[in-house]
Write a protein that binds this ligand. Structure first.
Ligand code: NAD
Ligand code: ZN
Ligand code: ZN
Length: 349
């Protein structure tokens, strides 16, 4: 079968021919119907020699959707996971039994690293291939008649902001302002989730007029250029109360500084973007408004993915996608890296 593999640190990923995998006991084989490209892949692909964290070669793709084609021994009879089922993959695989996993928070599994358990596309063979192995039926969510292309980004570009937003939900009451920095794959879903789940005014920040227009088209009330004047421009909108929550989908020092500059009393600053910025230099009694909290969530929980798929069935999410064939996957990553995409790049093998 064809797969997009990262084979040598520093070289672009390439399409290779590898053996079609066979599901072992407890595993499920999917014929991939869609695989999303995430900016985190770009981050991983740029890791220098010696800092690349996974074994090579590695098949990319941590957002996966597929059709169940073969059930490994012991996986028969799981509700909704029969041969032919249309499913998406919960990516942050954990051990399934530690305290975090018991709550569905496999993204925070305390044993995964020790047990050598990796997410698909981030250590395990990923979804950018004709077939993929899923380590357990527990990591599959049936999607029924939903379109795999429009649904696959929900496994990360949806799940990660959903998890982040849920943590701040009790604070985001009527009359508050919420800021979303970076209106790309994750950010444009975050804006839609905020509009659906909260009564807040949503202020989006990005670096081009095109992206600001995109943010507005998916529901942002206001859109502001993310430059040196951003704090002032956002403060003009929020007034002295500042923002009740800021979600930073970029994570470099300038955006974290903007986040800390616009957050108001009791506000949450949530750094989702994997940049190299830090917030700690500003957190101290005199450094920010009272009761500001900062956090750095990673991905989301299994129950949250089930909730998101339920939301998708309600038809309230409109994920913007640009599709590419497997052969064109390197071009999808090039455009992602060059910031030329509108929404999520999805590979359709
Ligand atoms: P993306 O490339 O689709 O979107 C990034 C957006 O940020 C683009 O619209 C870009 O124009 C905008 N941007 C760039 N610089 C900016 C700036 N200075 N100010 C405002 N906007 C700016 O990326 P994505 O796939 O949505 O991922 C976003 C970030 O989240 C990445 O850093 C990725 O690695 C990270 N991520 C984190 C998690 C997690 O669990 N914490 C999960 C997935 C992705
Ligand atoms: Zn990702
Ligand atoms: Zn665990």
């Amino acid at each position: 079968m064809k797969a997009l593999q990262y084979r040598k640190v520093g070289e672009p990923p390439e399409i290779v021919e590898i053996d079609k995998p066979k599901p072992g006991p407890g595993q499920v084989l999917l014929q991939v119907t869609a695989a999303g490209a995430c900016h985190s892949d770009d981050f991983v692909l740029k890791a220098p020699e010696g800092q690349f964290p996974y074994p090579l070669p590695m098949t990319l793709g941590h957002e996966g959707a597929g059709r169940v084609v073969e059930l490994g021994e012991g996986t028969e009879g799981v509700a909704g996971i029969e041969v032919g089922a249309n499913v998406v993959v919960y990516g942050p695989w954990g051990c399934g039994t530690c305290w975090f996993c018991a709550q569905g928070l496999e993204n925070y599994c305390s044993r995964a690293a020790d047990l050598g358990i990796y997410p698909p596309g981030l250590g395990s063979p990923g979804a950018m291939a004709e077939y993929m192995i899923v380590d357990s039926p527990r990591h599959l969510v049936p999607i029924g008649d939903l379109d795999p292309v429009a649904t696959v980004p929900l496994t990360d570009a949806g799940l990660t902001p959903y998890h982040a937003i849920k943590l701040s939900l009790p604070k985001i009451v009527a009359g508050t302002d919420v800021v979303v920095i970076g209106s790309g794959g994750l950010g444009h879903v975050a804006i839609q989730l905020l509009r659906h789940l909260t009564p807040a005014r949503v202020i989006a920040l990005d670096v081009t007029e095109e992206k600001l227009e995109f943010a507005k088209s998916v529901g942002a009330h206001e859109a502001v250029l993310s430059d040196a004047n951003a704090v002032e421009a956002v403060r003009k909108i929020t007034g002295p109360a500042g923002a009740r929550a800021v979600f930073d989908f970029v994570g470099y020092q300038p955006t974290i500084d903007t986040a800390l500059g616009v957050v108001g009393t009791q506000g949450d600053v949530t750094i989702v973007g994997i940049g190299d910025g830090v917030a700690h230099a500003r957190i101290g009694f005199f450094g920010q408004p009272y009761e500001v909290a900062a956090r750095t969530p990673y991905w989301g929980s299994r129950p949250e993915l089930i909730e998101l798929i339920a939301l998708a069935h309600e038809g309230v999410l409109d994920v913007a996608t640009e599709t590419f064939s497997l052969d064109d996957a390197p071009e999808a990553y090039r455009r992602l890296s060059a910031n030329e995409l509108r929404g999520r790049a999805v590979i359709v093998p």
